[in-house]
Design a protein around this ligand. Structure first.
Ligand code: HEC
Length: 113
């Protein structure tokens, strides 16, 4: 059957192979994958913009969004990043990147087109 020597010979190689595999996985994974618009919206914007909390324009409400949309996407993105009225900067989540805030904004704008 198995020779005792073979286990001793193979074990160090297994350790080496599995640590190389772990390194490859680490190298391949980005620091943190950017969240897509729907995810950003669900996790950071929906709690206010779905119920219309504190008079925020409701998600999908074209009439409420029309005067905002007229300001232009750049101005809206700036508001979402720096905050406006009762809306905190980056929806209160400092971990959100500019790109993620923009993705959340685009998700909301797509709903009122
Ligand atoms: C804590 C509640 C809250 C959260 C969370 C929140 N908002 Fe708002 N948002 C508001 C309120 C309130 C307003 C209205 C602000 C005003 O005009 O005084 C607003 C307005 C806006 C506007 C219009 C800005 C303008 O210049 O007229 C945009 C765009 C917007 N929110 C995007 C977002 C996005 C994108 C997110 C998620 C990343 C988000 N909001 C999360 C409360 C919130």
């Amino acid at each position: 059957m198995f020779k005792t020597r073979s286990v001793a010979a193979v074990a160090p190689r297994l350790v080496l192979v599995s640590s190389l595999a772990a390194l490859l996985v680490l190298a391949a994974a980005p620091a943190r994958a950017a969240a897509d618009g729907l995810t950003v919206f669900n996790q950071n914007c929906a709690m206010c913009h779905v119920p219309g909390l504190a008079n925020s324009p409701k998600h999908g409400d074209k009439a409420a969004w029309a005067p905002r949309v007229a300001l232009g996407r750049d101005a809206l993105l700036k508001s979402a990043i720096t905050g406006k009225g009762a809306m905190p900067p980056r929806a209160g989540n400092p971990k959100l990147t500019d790109e993620e805030v923009a993705a959340g904004l685009d998700h909301m704008l797509a709903a009122v087109k």
